[in-house]
Design a binder for this molecule. Structure first.
Ligand SMILES: NC(=O)c1ccc[n+]([C@@H]2O[C@H](COP(=O)([O-])OP(=O)(O)OC[C@H]3O[C@@H](n4cnc5c(N)ncnc54)[C@H](O)[C@@H]3O)[C@@H](O)[C@H]2O)c1
Length: 330
């Protein structure tokens, strides 16, 4: 009965994309994806949308074939893992939620933006939305305990919620300082603390903290933001060292993206454009990454492929930090 339901569900999905992408094999659980058939191309298909569609069929194994040769079976890279992602209603958190769900994880999408979060989660198989204000420790405690109770474990935490403000130290009010640090520094601290509590008891888990190249370079007009990201960088390494030395089995790593194409970057760009059109024009010419670049790093750090990666800082900036970089001024 269950297999029939899955079969029908996948047929519906296949129709929505391309009926030739996957076809039923004699085994009810096995789907075949033929790299030569998908678009009728002469060359092997490299279309990432098609690939993620195939990988996203999380009900069964997928056998990849090409030229009638078996290339191998594909299982989800984070099958059966349970993930909390904060800031999941938008940008990098949303891209990461999609990617982990595609690879078999159950994803709890946590965000303060309920309207957007619920709409996004409804479109992702394997995801559910939960309202969370990361600045509240009691809310964190409840969420982590609820997830373990409802899903049986917490294997992955991505602390991705963040707010950015453009201001030098001279322009930074106490209110701005506290706002940026409440979401970034405090929110990540509470998340790490409560995830570590349950992951330590499980003897396994992966915590990933979204930092920024701002924590490596600083910047004249991102004083509070760079400070918060630097705190998160130190927090990450301290959690990793504790876990490694105490034998908790929990890994903690940070990701340091350069400019990525998200609503946050759009907002920053518009402010820079208003105050400094020359720098805005430079920003337009400068490298900007795709959120899926970050989501793929999140996937790697979430999966058991990165089992020996602990306390590391993963920079995704196409050399911006080691070349001239971008320093927008206001
Ligand atoms: N976009 C970039 O260029 C870039 C570069 C480096 C680092 N980052 C970092 O990546 C993370 C995600 O950024 P983004 O570009 O996707 O931004 P975004 O603005 O698109 O998304 C941020 C999300 O955080 C949520 N959020 C804000 N305050 C919250 C709170 N108190 N509790 C729960 N959720 C809250 C927002 O509702 C939003 O959905 C941030 O930590 C940011 O600092 C972004």
């Amino acid at each position: 009965m269950c297999l029939i339901v899955n079969y029908q569900l996948l047929l519906v999905k296949a129709r929505a994309v391309d009926m030739r992408l996957a076809r039923k094999s004699t085994s009810a659980k096995l789907w075949i994806a033929d790299l030569d058939e998908c678009h009728g191309c002469a060359t092997p298909c490299r279309d990432p949308m098609r690939k993620s569609y195939i990988y996203g069929t999380k009900f069964q194994e997928v056998l990849i074939i090409q030229n009638n040769t078996r290339l191998g079976y594909i299982m989800g890279r984070v099958d059966n893992k349970v993930a909390i992602i904060t800031g999941a209603a938008s940008g990098l958190g949303l891209a990461s939620a999609k990617r982990l769900a595609q690879e078999g994880a159950s994803v709890i999408m946590a965000d303060i933006d309920v309207a957007r979060g619920e709409i996004e989660a409804a479109n992702i198989d394997g995801a559910a939305f939960v309202k969370l204000d990361v600045t509240s420790e009691s809310a964190w405690e409840k969420l982590v305990d609820d997830v373990v109770s409802d899903y049986g474990s917490l294997d992955i935490l991505l602390n991705c919620a963040g707010v950015a403000e453009l201001a030098t130290i001279e322009q930074t009010s106490e209110a701005l300082w506290r706002k940026v640090n409440a979401v970034g520094t405090d929110g990540t601290f509470f998340g790490c603390k409560h995830a570590l509590r349950v992951m330590k008891a499980q003897g396994r888990g992966s915590i990933i903290n979204m930092c920024s190249t701002a924590s490596i370079q600083g910047g004249p007009a991102i004083f509070a933001y760079a400070t918060s990201k630097s705190a998160i960088r130190g927090m990450t390494k301290s959690v990793a060292c504790l876990s490694a030395q105490a034998g908790y089995g929990v890994r903690c790593n940070s990701i340091h993206p350069g400019n990525m194409s998200t609503p946050m970057l759009d907002t920053m760009y518009n402010i820079v454009l208003e105050h400094d059109p020359v720098t805005a024009a430079q920003m337009k010419k400068s490298w900007v990454g795709d959120p899926v670049d970050v989501a793929n790093m999140v996937l790697f750090l979430s999966s058991d492929e990165s089992v020996s990666v602990n306390g590391a800082e993963m920079v995704i900036d196409n050399t911006v930090t080691i070349t001239e970089g971008m320093v927008p001024k206001i």
